[in-house]
Design a binder for this molecule. Sequence first.
Ligand code: ATP
Length: 190
Amino acid sequence: MKLGVFGGTFDPIHHGHLVIALAAVEQLSLDRVVFVPAKRSPLKSDAPVAGEADRLAMLERAIAGEPRFECSRAELEGNAPSYTVDTLEALSAKGTLFLILGGDAVRDLDRWKDPERIRRLATIVVARRPGSEATAGEFVLLDTPLMDVSSRDLRARAARGRSLRYLVPDSVWRYIKDRDLYKVTASTAS
Ligand code: ATP
C-alpha cells in the first residue's frame, strides 16, 4: 500500500491542505493519505488556538466524503510531544510512505528530529507555497496551483469577523461559526 502522511496543526484545516493532499494521491497513485494532527508544532512559538478536539472535529468534517483520506489521533494521544520520525516509524509497517510537506516545512526539515531517518522512512513530497523559496534536496515536487492560504491568516480573518466561506470546506466554516472558535483572544488579536 502507498500511504501519504500529512502532519500539521490544522488550526483550522483549509483548502490549501486538501488540494495538496489530493494532488499527492493523483500524482503518486497513493492508496490513502493519513492526516496526522499534532498536539503542537515543536518549531512554532505559539500553541494552537483551537483545542485538540475541535481541530480533530474540523479535520474529520473536511475529509468526510473522500474515502482515500483518513485521520490519525496518534500524535494527540499521550502527553509527550511527538515527532514526525516516530509517526513514520509507527506507520511504516502499513506500506510505503510518502511524507507530504509544504514549501515552508521542507525548508525547516533539517531542524526536525532525525531528518536523515525521516528521509529513509519516507519519500518527501513537496507542495510549493507562496513566500517560501524553492529549496534544494531530494523530493518529489507536486503539480498544484500555488495556494496562498494559511491557517494563521484564516484565524486572523475570523477574529476580525470576516467569513472563511470558500477558504475552508462549508462544514468546517459552520463548525467554526457555531462555536466562535477564533473570536479575538490575546494570541489572535495582533
Ligand atoms: P499556520 O498558518 O498556523 O502556521 P498552516 O496554514 O501552515 O498553519 P499547518 O497545519 O501548520 O498549516 O500545515 C501543515 C502542512 O501543510 C505543512 O507542511 C505546511 O507547509 C502545509 N501547508 C499548509 N498550507 C499550505 C499551502 N497553502 N500551500 C502548501 N502547503 C501548505
